[in-house]
Design a protein. Structure first.
Length: 233
């Protein structure tokens, strides 16, 4: 994501604007000087430090690999990258970049997560009962996504929460666990989530909770969104 997804500069709904406008269809391919490995049936089948990272519209980043590094794996040529090929993500059992096993797609060097302690207030209620009301929060600015507030569980009525079976993964914040809120006879599934073991860039929100405004009454003191003011179509 980032360059071509969310509100990235080459997405369909960029946060800002270019002057002059770039071509409507554009890709970006760059050297990716990291050790990329792929494992299949317990054996390393790709091991290269010569990969390219390919950014294309409406897709997460992908690897372009030297043709001589993929052996007999099924592959297809990468347009505009002579001598490089694409191997489908599910053609192998796992991908590893610099010792870190990846999920779904490679991490994007243009994606950034900033976690800042703040005094922005967060109030959350479910079925009329307040779960959170504090200005001791952490605001997370994540490239191409709207800012969010996270809060220490010590500031939350956690006796009203219980873990659910839901789990999601983010390349930049790790594996999320989800929480349901039960207030009287009302139970709201997956009202909140947390990252129990995020990577170092997101460590300030380890174990902190964020709440889904579509599932609870959330009042969060967040920066007001601004509409692009570039030239018209």
């Amino acid at each position: 994501m980032t360059l071509f997804a969310g509100h990235g500069p080459f997405s369909r709904t960029p946060a800002g604007w270019f002057t002059p406008r770039p071509p409507r269809v554009v890709s970006y391919i760059e050297p990716h000087p990291r050790r990329v490995q792929a494992l299949h049936r317990g054996r390393v089948v790709i091991d290269t430090e010569q990969a390219l990272l390919v950014h294309r519209p409406d897709r997460p980043p992908g690897y372009a690999l030297p043709a001589d590094a993929v052996g007999a794996l099924p592959c297809e040529p990468v347009p505009d990258a002579e001598g490089f090929v694409h191997v489908a993500w599910d053609a192998v059992d796992s991908w590893v970049e610099e010792g870190r096993e990846l999920v779904t797609y490679p991490p994007n060097p243009y994606h950034r997560v900033d976690c800042r302690p703040t005094r922005r207030r967060l109030r959350v209620a479910v079925a009329g009962v307040t779960l959170v009301d504090t200005d001791d929060t952490v605001i997370v600015f994540e490239t191409a996504l709207a800012p969010r507030l996270y809060v220490d569980p010590a500031q939350v009525r956690t006796e009203l929460l219980r873990p659910t079976a839901t789990s999601t993964y983010c390349n930049y914040k790790g594996t999320a666990t989800y929480w349901a809120a039960t207030v009287g006879d009302a139970t709201v599934q997956d009202v909140a989530w947390s990252y129990p073991d995020p990577p170092p860039e997101s460590s300030p929100i380890t174990g902190y909770l964020s709440f889904d405004p579509a599932r609870a009454d959330v009042v969060a003191e967040l920066p007001a969104p601004t509409a692009p003011r570039g030239p018209g179509p």
